[in-house]
Design a protein around this ligand. Structure first.
Ligand code: SF4
Ligand code: SF4
Length: 176
């Protein structure tokens, strides 16, 4: 049989619980209305890869495959081809004719970014990766290459001979 003390303990517990609920009613909601609203990511976040271009539109990637060699998950496939001044994709001798990343294999470690001598491959802040089958998890160069900058031209470009002879241009601060 329930004693008066047990009944009072029950009322007290309910009152404490309700006071917590009442206090929280006036707090700012913490729910993020994703996907309309997105939480900013940390500056060190490593998301979907982007292949960068120079301001004139030439591709930074020179097809050297160092990113592929550095990748612990064997997720990157690069096939290079020769540039010419009539059909130039990137500075220097070669460019990436094929560049693919298998996003199912990738562990987003950033080693590819660290290994790249031209800062061509960069892990951005996009975390919205989805695919319905294994084939679509392989992102080709066309998906990875960033859009042409406003004052640039698309690749391939016809350029003056002897200008883009160096594959690795003068680097800015390598910690950029
Ligand atoms: S982030 Fe790491 S696992 Fe992913 S492609 Fe680059 S090196 Fe490979
Ligand atoms: S992304 Fe960088 S490391 Fe990879 S092939 Fe291109 S230039 Fe070489």
């Amino acid at each position: 049989m329930t004693s008066v003390k047990d009944a009072l303990d029950g009322v007290k517990a309910v009152a404490i619980g309700m006071s917590t609920t009442f206090r929280e009613m006036w707090q700012k909601p913490v729910t993020i209305q994703y996907p309309e609203e997105k939480r900013p990511v940390s500056t060190r976040f490593k998301g979907r890869h982007v292949l960068k271009r120079y301001d004139n539109g030439l591709e930074k990637c020179i097809g050297c495959s160092l990113c592929s060699a550095a990748c612990p998950a064997d997720a990157i496939f690069v096939e290079s081809a020769e540039n010419s001044d009539d059909e130039r994709y990137s500075p220097g001798e070669r460019y990436a004719r094929v560049y693919e990343i298998n996003m199912l294999r990738c562990i987003f470690c950033g080693y590819c970014e660290d290994a790249c001598p031209t800062e061509a491959i960069v892990l951005g802040d996009n975390y919205e990766l989805s695919f319905m089958d294994r084939r679509s998890s392989i992102y080709p160069k066309e998906m990875l290459l960033e859009p042409v900058p406003q004052d640039g031209n698309t690749t391939p470009q016809k350029v003056e001979p002897g200008i883009y002879t160096r594959s690795v241009p003068e680097m800015k601060d390598p910690l950029d």
